[in-house]
Design a binder for this molecule. Sequence first.
Ligand SMILES: Cc1cc2nc3c(=O)[nH]c(=O)nc-3n(C[C@H](O)[C@H](O)[C@H](O)COP(=O)(O)OP(=O)(O)OC[C@H]3O[C@@H](n4cnc5c(N)ncnc54)[C@H](O)[C@@H]3O)c2cc1C
Length: 395
Amino acid sequence: MVSTWSNWSGAVVCRPESIVFPRTEDELSAVVRQAGEDGQTVRVVGTGHSSTGIVGTDQVLVSLDRMSGLVSADRETHRARLLAGTKIRAAGAVLLEQGLAMENMGDIDVQAIAGAVGTGTHGTGRTLGNIPSRVTDIRMVNGAGELVDCGADPELLRAARVSIGALGIFTEIELQCLPAYRLHERTWVEPFAGTMENLDARIAENRSYEFFWMPANDKTYHKVLNITTEASMAGNSKSAIGSEGERIGWSPQIIPSVRENKFHEMEYAIPAEAGPECFARVRERFLAKHAASVQWPVEYRTVAADDAMLSPHGGRASVTISLHQAAHLPYREFFEDIQPIFWEYGGRSHWGKFNTMDRAQLSAVYPEWDAFGAIRERMDPGGRFLSPYLASLFV
Ligand SMILES: Cc1cc2nc3c(=O)[nH]c(=O)nc-3n(C[C@H](O)[C@H](O)[C@H](O)COP(=O)(O)OP(=O)(O)OC[C@H]3O[C@@H](n4cnc5c(N)ncnc54)[C@H](O)[C@@H]3O)c2cc1C
């Protein structure tokens, strides 16, 4: 039965022939095999927080909402295995019960762990890699419906970490965690002038630092997080950009925000050293052409280099610059006007956020594009996971 699916922002809408919720690996394998017999493609969705074509399909859509929870946790190695459909908030809670925590998290905690891993989701911090950079093993169902453990094959794991569901459907993910830790958060607002002068010091001196430039008043909202052994201290919620104060709590309670207002987003990762110049050019064009129509802030974060083949932060310490627009307002013209600035700096788009990069552009900024393509061909020779969008990238 055809039903309508749409992503979080409403920008992507599709009508899958079926949406299936397997409970076990065997059921999932059967879904993929059946699709093969029927000549259908299969896409897998986490919580639909991406807004590119990486989920949408008019054929079979799989959700792992029923494959969720902790598989195992090792307090010696600090490694934990999660079922791939586990939501990050639930992961944070079960890990805490085991005395563990993810090294870093993104801005929200509602995504499925597999969705966050698959797109290279990241937080901020000069020494902190994206979420997939802490993945030590992945178990998945490949295009033939077979179970594959990636951990034994380092090249396969480097491909799988950021693979937008193109190699297979993850069933379990093993994460290198840290012993549970508390964070001290401090947030404040200041005039934009001074933000860039203090940038390097703030990035260097804090575990996590980010700022949001608010075009409406030309001020910046700053957030720093540092590990502390001090007792928890409640503060006002820091979800709202612009609220000032401090608080202390366990990392999964402090890092994520709640984003109640829906928005469109474009984000590019560029080499860290190009960050300030690129941001200055984005701000200049924003003020010259878009200040009247866009009130939403521009976010500036840092991410450590990793070695996943299709990681936007692969092989280079990165700065990410994100632009936002309210979900009910036009956004394409704004994003498409700013986007070429990022391309001049070798920018790599976030896999789950608006961009118009095609295969030629992507292969030019990912040195291991062809190596990934060869592994994709091996894992899914029949093209079971190739929706038209993925086919436009990989075949
Ligand atoms: C409000 C908001 C805040 C955000 N904040 C951040 C942030 O701070 N940092 C950041 O980097 N990004 C951020 N994002 C982007 C978001 O983290 C990514 O788009 C992420 O992929 C969404 O996870 P999801 O579970 O919704 O995955 P989906 O969007 O549903 O899927 C993403 C990709 O993962 C694949 N996938 C899902 N499940 C599986 C599986 N079991 N096996 C294999 N592949 C799978 C899908 O096929 C798809 O290719 C934000 C997005 C929103 C809307």
